[in-house]
Design a protein around this ligand. Structure first.
Ligand SMILES: Nc1ncnc2c1ncn2[C@@H]1O[C@H](COP(=O)(O)OP(=O)(O)OP(=O)(O)O)[C@@H](O)[C@H]1O
Length: 397
């Protein structure tokens, strides 16, 4: 019955018999229900359409944005493309509460999508020429990941399928850094999720996951999904009691990942690969072990990060710093020898500790003694942290 007809009959209600009145009420209720359903459906469609628009827009900007490594590290290490979609859609269409909780957003997220977009406009867009730019790895791992990156970059051209990759190893060894580089090098759209957040999502999360994969499969350039801490979500069922939502979530995820795709690539990162679901073997085409650096790689890391945080500011003349005459190369080798057992992330932080000492100098002359003092401070801090708790609790220090 049309809306006008219902209105007309409603006007006649006082003159109707009781059974006619009750039939009329039923009709009005049905009409209202229909309207509500239509509105929810419309809302739903607009909501997801706006997610896609936002994600597509943000994908463009994000690629440019992540090109500025320092800005990214300082501000949006965890900003996700997906979060961009979720946030924009939530703000733009006032999505029904709870439909899309920001569970896929990493807690490291610090800035709004709009801010990210604004910042990205200021960056020069470029595709990485070298997938290992700024990444120091052992020669064998370098060769392995370089081949994989070339194959990924040529997937579309060769009309082949993307292969999924598992990066595993201790914290701070460059897994995330490499995954970002891979996205920039291959020109794919890119998003970060963390397994920890996926692990705690409730039943609505399943709908979101199907939506995510549906959307990802519409990507023009291909879509790279990076899941950090994958073992938190894709854990072997036997490892612990997992609830029903989590099990359904895992199944949905694995189901999508088993379907080979020319649109979609998954990069998993794990510190505890032995805890991963056994079905991971079916969906992962390549495993890459990111180990702690050996002396040779530590020397390269020390040199790279001292150059970046100490030498460059000094030599570029932006600071009032000068380098005292010294055998800088030998100093780097010496420092590297003291960093046995440290990850790339810790070596970067050690260089920052040296920078603190240098910036505190009265005359602005960088001496070997200053670098030594920075290294000693950092080593002492590490020893205190080791005494305080397990390694995994302090990945960023
Ligand atoms: N192999 C490396 N080469 C160059 N820099 C590195 C390397 N490993 C770590 N770093 C430095 O440490 C930072 C953090 O590393 P990253 O987040 O990639 O480690 P991760 O292996 O993903 O750690 P986690 O398991 O904690 O997620 C990088 O942004 C970089 O500054």
């Amino acid at each position: 019955m049309s809306k006008e007809a219902v209105n007309l009959v409603q006007m006649q209600e006082p003159t109707l018999k009781p059974e006619q009145q009750s039939k009329l009420k039923q009709l009005v209720n049905e009409e209202n229900l229909l309207k509500q359903e239509e509105s929810v459906q419309k809302h739903h469609q607009t909501f997801f359409a706006s997610i896609r628009t936002a994600v597509t827009m943000f994908g463009e900007r994000f690629r440019a944005f992540v090109t500025d490594r320092d800005t990214v590290t300082a501000t949006v290490v965890g900003l996700t493309l997906l979060a961009g979609g979720v946030y924009s859609a939530k703000n733009g269409t006032a999505a029904p509460a709870g439909l899309f909780k920001p569970f896929l957003v990493t807690p490291k997220c610090r800035i709004t999508v709009l801010e990210a977009l604004q910042q990205s406009f200021q960056q020069v867009r470029r595709r990485l020429r070298d997938v290992l730019e700024g990444v120091v790895l052992s020669p064998s791992l370098e060769a392995q990941v370089r081949n994989m990156a070339i194959a990924t970059r040529n997937t579309e051209k060769n009309r082949s399928l993307y292969g999924n990759v598992l990066l595993y190893g201790p914290p701070g060894t460059g897994k995330t850094l490499f995954a970002k580089n891979l996205a920039l090098y291959s020109g794919m759209d890119y998003a970060i999720m963390t397994g920890k957040e996926l692990a705690v999502m409730g039943p609505e999360g399943m709908g979101a996951m199907h939506e995510l994969f549906d959307w990802a499969n519409t990507s023009r350039r291909g879509f790279l999904l990076f899941m950090d801490d994958a073992d938190a979500f894709l854990r072997q069922p036997a490892t612990e009691e997992i609830n029903e939502d989590r099990r359904v979530g895992q199944d949905a995820f694995l189901y999508h990942m088993r379907r080979c795709s020319n649109k979609f690539m998954l990069v998993l990162a794990s510190r505890h690969p032995e805890q991963l679901h056994w079905d991971i073997d079916d969906i992962v085409d390549m495993r890459c072990h990111f180990d702690l650096p050996w002396q040779e790689e530590r020397e390269r890391l020390v040199r790279m990060y001292l150059d970046k945080y100490v030498l460059k500011p000094a030599t570029e003349g932006k600071q009032r710093l000068k380098l005292a005459p010294s055998d800088y190369g030998r100093k780097c080798v010496e420092i590297a020898q003291l960093t046995d057992g440290m990850s790339g992330q810790k070596i970067a932080n050690l260089a920052l500790s040296c920078q603190d000492k240098v910036y505190a100098s009265k005359d602005g002359v960088i001496t070997e003694a200053m670098l030594d003092a920075g290294v000693q401070d950092f080593i002492q801090l590490q020893q205190q942290i080791m005494l305080a708790g397990p390694e995994d609790e302090h990945p960023s220090t």
